[in-house]
Design a protein. Structure first.
Length: 282
């Protein structure tokens, strides 16, 4: 199966109010796919359709080979992991007991509990009750719960919200490793740098409409001025179009040992999103 997700002409309405309009996209097996949009754009509604919590009003949906009404069945749920703002854990149980219970319910070796606790950086805190954790620590436990069974498809809705930069770096490293082992990841985030660092492709959604989809690199290049700036050793700069003229100019600077550094005009992914949708990603 080349695609693990296929959305064809999907629409969703609530009491005559359109939430998703004629959406078409696919997620390839083995990729990290970023689904980016401002609050209220339809990201959560889309995830709920993809995981079986909502049924589409129109169109055809295929996730992991499960189609339409079969999405959300027991066999389907066993193959996915979900981290969302509705994810919960038992407040009066320790971190370790929460994950041990989930492991037993899913017939997972208990040694995976300590492995995933080490992954989220909470192995030393495993006896702490969930209710006594900070918001960031709770987020990490819920992430561990979502990925402990190494699902085929992992849905992550703002996975690093409330986390410190060091923990985010560690989580990113772990997600890349999980992806390399075969898990496809569907990611929503307001952190454009996170999307740029993790995602193979990203889709921009606004007001229930998929605006554009591409790799982060292609997005940034396509929406740049396609120029480069060269800086001389005396800090004098010159901006050039990406043509043979620039190649020759840089070659001449190298020959005279007069090249300090080169920079491009590539915009950030956030800049591209603002240009395409006219809105900030908040």
């Amino acid at each position: 199966m080349d695609n693990v997700i296929e959305m064809k002409n999907i629409s969703k309405t609530f009491k005559n109010k359109s939430a998703i309009q004629n959406m078409n996209f696919e997620v390839k097996k083995g990729e990290i796919f970023g689904f980016l949009g401002p609050s209220g754009s339809g990201k959560t509604t889309t995830i709920k359709m993809l995981t079986g919590s909502y049924r589409q009003s129109k169109g055809s949906l295929n996730v992991l080979g499960y189609q339409n009404e079969a999405i959300g069945s027991k066999g389907f749920i066993d193959k996915i992991g979900i981290l969302s703002d509705h994810s919960v854990a038992y407040e009066r149980q320790s971190i370790h007991d929460n994950l041990k219970l989930f492991a037993k319910l899913n017939q997972i070796s208990l040694k995976k509990v300590d492995e995933v606790l080490d992954f989220i950086g909470l192995i030393k805190d495993k006896k702490t009750l969930f209710k006594n954790l900070s918001a960031g620590m709770k987020q990490r436990v819920l992430l561990a719960k979502a990925l402990i069974h190494e699902p085929e498809l992992l849905f992550l809705d703002e996975p690093t919200a409330s986390l410190d930069p060091l923990t985010i770096q560690r989580i990113h490293k772990g997600l890349k490793e999980l992806n390399e082992r075969g898990t496809t990841i569907f990611l929503t985030t307001h952190n454009m740098q996170e999307a740029n660092d993790l995602c193979h492709r990203v889709a921009f959604i606004e007001s229930g409409v998929l605006k554009e989809m591409d790799t982060p690199e292609n997005f940034r290049f396509k929406h740049s001025n396609q120029t480069i700036k060269v800086i001389h050793n005396n800090n004098r700069s010159k901006t050039l179009p990406m043509t043979n003229e620039a190649t020759q100019y840089i070659s001449d600077m190298l020959e005279t040992n007069d090249l300090k550094y080169i920079s491009s005009d590539l915009p950030t992914l956030g800049d591209v999103f603002l240009k395409i949708t006219g809105k900030e990603l908040v």
